[in-house]
Design a protein around this ligand. Sequence first.
Ligand SMILES: Cc1cc2nc3c(=O)[nH]c(=O)nc-3n(C[C@H](O)[C@H](O)[C@H](O)COP(=O)(O)OP(=O)(O)OC[C@H]3O[C@@H](n4cnc5c(N)ncnc54)[C@H](O)[C@@H]3O)c2cc1C
Length: 351
Amino acid sequence: MNRLLRIRPGFLVVFGSSAIGGAAYRFLKAPSPSDASLNPHSFTPYTLVDKQTVSPSSAIFTLRHSESAREPESVQEAWVRSVWSVQAKQPQLQIARAYTPLPPRSDAPAADETSEDVRLLIRAEAGGEVSTYLHALPENATIELRGPNIECELPHDIKEVVFLAGGTGIAPAMQVAQVMGRRTGSKMCILWANRRRDECVGGVSDEHILANPVHQAGSWWRGLLGISQPAAQEAPQVPVSGGQGVIVQELEALKERNSFRTRELSVHQELSVQYYVDDEKKVIKPADIAKRLHDSTPDQKGSKLILVSGPDGFIEHWAGKKLWIGGREVQGPLGGALGQMDLKDWKVFKL
Ligand SMILES: Cc1cc2nc3c(=O)[nH]c(=O)nc-3n(C[C@H](O)[C@H](O)[C@H](O)COP(=O)(O)OP(=O)(O)OC[C@H]3O[C@@H](n4cnc5c(N)ncnc54)[C@H](O)[C@@H]3O)c2cc1C
């Protein structure tokens, strides 16, 4: 997930992804004052209205359009069927980087924020030019955004998704969960890998909950039964509520939204999340994926997709390198661990 865009006065050189490379002509266009709302041609000023710490290295930036312009149709469309990103500018160095807007919080009181705010989960990369610049900005600072850039379309016939997310790769996973939540009969499993527990405090894998039903009980019961909230204890400096970090809470809210009650009143979950933490020696294994790639039955219509998103090394490990051909970033052959597996009729897409 590394994309470099360098903006020089008058022109811009793209060392970037397919979406950006393919749309380079757009960046040559002079900014137009009439481009009031978010658009891919010019940077639009947003105000940083909130910065919520998620972990020692990441925060959710809530950005509001400075003139309260309406969300453009292109963004509304992107929410329905795409994985998409915006670029944030570092004005002193004239460079920009891509970030993936988080879906609006389904559990937030309407007055708290407008659904048109752009929320970005940004990890401060040690020595990173743009991410450290953004993290150093105070509230009410201006951040200029450009977009949307469509990274991947999710055709209507996609009904099942297995999403391998590394670190901030969870942001596109949440976009996909939001899209799949609109599709009746869809199913999605996120396998989210982090180096440290403080990125996903209180996250308990659904598989674990199913195997240990006591985890379904609230925190009061857990306390009574002596079941600890391991993550919260390990990372007390990270903001938690009910023993869960911010992103874990948002994943829980997405799960809730993507669930429905069957006639027998049992809850049928269309979204499940598995947590993996390097420091706890829990890493995603090919078998964790294989058991989710079931065969289609004749009544199961629709395509199945494995999406891989995260740092370059994560994508390479699971699906092989993306390639640069003719100035465009392309998928490249399927390699890595997925390339060694029998994927049946599942397709793979590297984000
Ligand atoms: C489509 C897309 C979506 C993305 N979405 C998100 C998102 O939602 N959230 C998110 O946090 N990120 C996201 N990213 C990643 C993001 O775009 C940036 O790549 C990331 O923030 C790092 O940018 P930076 O300018 O801070 O770091 P850079 O300056 O690009 O540096 C990156 C790393 O390389 C190291 N480095 C730089 N130069 C050198 C050098 N000469 N020698 C050795 N090491 C060096 C730095 O120390 C740093 O660790 C996304 C990327 C893409 C392509």
